[in-house]
Design a binder for this molecule. Sequence first.
Ligand code: NAD
Length: 338
Amino acid sequence: MKKINLGIIGCGMATEVIHLPVLSKCKNVNVTSIIDIDSKRVYDLGQQYDIHNTGTDYNSFLHMMEAAIIAVPHHMHAAIALDLMEKGLHVLVEKPIALRGIDCKNMIEVSKKNDVVLYGGHVRRLYEPIQKVKKLIAKKNLGEVIRFEMLEGRIFEWPAITFDMFDPNRGGGVLTDIGSHVLDLMLWWFGDIDSFEYFDDARGGVEANCEISFKMKSGAVGRVELSRVRDLRNTYKVLFEKGTIEVTLGHDALVKIERPDNYFRAYLDYSKKNKRTIMDYFHMQMMNFVKAMQGKISVDKAAEECMCVVELIEMCKQNRKQLEYPWEKGGKIELYAS
Ligand SMILES: NC(=O)c1ccc[n+]([C@@H]2O[C@H](COP(=O)([O-])OP(=O)(O)OC[C@H]3O[C@@H](n4cnc5c(N)ncnc54)[C@H](O)[C@@H]3O)[C@@H](O)[C@H]2O)c1
């Protein structure tokens, strides 16, 4: 079988710990070149993976690429993806695929015009527990969704190479970073938004905490809370007319389903049920990209959905309200809970 000749643009932490190890196991992909503005870093990674074409400017390597993974910091995704697609390359763009809805719209148009694949790296959608929840919501065995709460917060410890995730002018902050995953799942599970209210604690820099409340077109209401400085409950809870679902985070999540009216309770533990690792899911994502290039699947709808996430993040930023700390709200502060 003919192998896909692929290059990687941006060889920071995601490429080091995800893309290169995954691609080393993809038999139908040939990594022809890796590119990063840090010449030493890209050379060292090339040595490690026996990739001889390494450099700092992707234009020098385009003749040996039919597809590319774009894993540079967020703010450069759109410009590089547009340039590559105009030159006829298929692109897998890391999440978020862009920082502005208008850029996503252009990306989708260019991908259609040039008949090339635009695939966004929203890997969490492939996780089996996440797909299970999607099916449970759609089946309506528990009735309609009334309320949801998605809480995701951990102390930031991703060892990114650049400082861009802390730069307000480069899409830094928890909303764009973790929010692009969480809001993608929220829209996928619960459908379109009617209205929302967004609060974050940015004070000139990037937000470390944010809270969003939603009214959905379905009539459901919900809340998303994200943090990169606090450990939150780290589950997604859904209250239905007749029961509840609670999911822990990750590819190996625990899904608790309860329906009190008929004494039903199920705990689906994907750490035991399914031995897939996180790398298996990134491999699956890569295989989807290959299948899309071969015309075996379409990822057009997925690209439109990536745009909806970017638009929502953009709207949140445009309508942001200050998240106040308890000591700023006035009145008495309860120091010790009784
Ligand atoms: N899907 C996921 O779960 C997941 C996980 C991690 C990161 N990501 C995404 O991947 C992207 C990269 O994240 P990261 O953690 O690797 O960041 P990083 O800061 O570690 O790496 C970015 C790399 O891009 C390089 N770079 C900057 N400008 C460049 C240019 N013009 N040309 C070539 N290289 C350039 C930098 O030198 C750096 O090595 C982000 O958008 C992030 O959201 C996604």
